[in-house]
Design a protein around this ligand. Structure first.
Ligand SMILES: [Zn+2]
Length: 263
């Protein structure tokens, strides 16, 4: 898939890919985008996606790869217990890293992708008791739908999965892992990435506002509610030909800066 021009790939080839091939391209793209926007943490944290079909199989990066090295054809396929189904590079997966992801995928089949980060802004907000504050327009898309999960040490204990799933709840797509980092999930990879891009920015703004030590303009709760609903409507309006226009824009960016994602 590596020799088409950017317009050829995103406009002509990508829409015609099989379901699994598209999930692979999307997932590899999300890894490259997280690196591009400086939200990676060396080889740690993961992004996982459900393989279309009846099997409970998931795709994740080969263990030890930097996010910008991930390629669609080299993703590792694992089951819910982290057992390897397919591993083209023979690099294995990080079962400890998959603990959190397997909890979510096992309990919420509606979610096709789970994205986890450790960033300075995200860990900072996750370390505060107040969490996200509804103090600017960007933040109001997260006025509802955000869960928190208390810190229990590095997530190696499989029993933690039960508590994590209970904290996430049946509908939310945002999980703040206290004192640890952020998680976003989506009906597809693009949604999980877009939520994380926006959430990260909200965390950065909040840290900047708090650092300013200036009195903060409060937004009336009625306006907070209105803006949250406006964001929801806007997300529904942004589909074009079955694809979210914002995700296609990100793919076009990668065609310029990091096209190896789709190899
Ligand atoms: Zn983590």
């Amino acid at each position: 898939m590596s020799h088409q021009s950017e317009s050829d790939f995103v406009t002509d080839i990508y829409p015609t890919l099989s379901e699994e091939a598209r999930v692979r391209v999307d997932l590899a793209a999300a890894y490259h985008l997280i690196e591009h926007f400086q939200m990676s943490d060396s080889i740690y944290t993961h992004i996982s996606a459900r393989v279309p079909g009846d099997n409970e199989y998931f795709l994740i990066n080969p263990y030890g790869t930097r996010f910008s090295e991930v390629k669609a054809s080299q993703l590792v396929m694992i089951d819910l217990d982290g057992n390897i189904i397919d591993d083209p590079c023979n690099m294995g997966a990080n079962p400890a890293g998959f603990t959190i992801h397997s909890a979510i995928h096992g309990a919420r089949p509606d979610l096709k992708c789970a994205l986890h980060t450790h960033t300075v802004a995200g860990v900072s907000i996750a370390s505060t008791q107040t969490g996200l504050l509804p103090i600017n327009q960007w933040a109001l898309q997260f006025y509802h739908g955000v869960s928190r999960h208390a810190y229990e040490g590095i997530a190696l204990n499989l029993e933690e999965r039960e508590r994590l799933v209970k904290d996430l709840g049946p509908e939310n797509k945002i999980l703040i892992l206290d004192n640890h980092g952020l998680m976003t999930m989506g009906n597809d990879v693009g949604e999980a990435f877009t939520l994380m891009f926006n959430l990260e920015r909200v965390c950065k703004v909040q840290m900047a506002v708090l650092a300013s030590a200036q009195p903060v303009n409060q937004i009336d709760s009625t306006v907070c509610e209105l803006t949250y609903q406006q964001y929801k409507q806007f997300a529904e309006m942004s589909q074009r030909g079955g694809f979210h226009v914002e995700w296609l824009a990100y793919l076009r960016l990668l065609e310029k800066v990091s096209p190896s994602y789709r190899d």
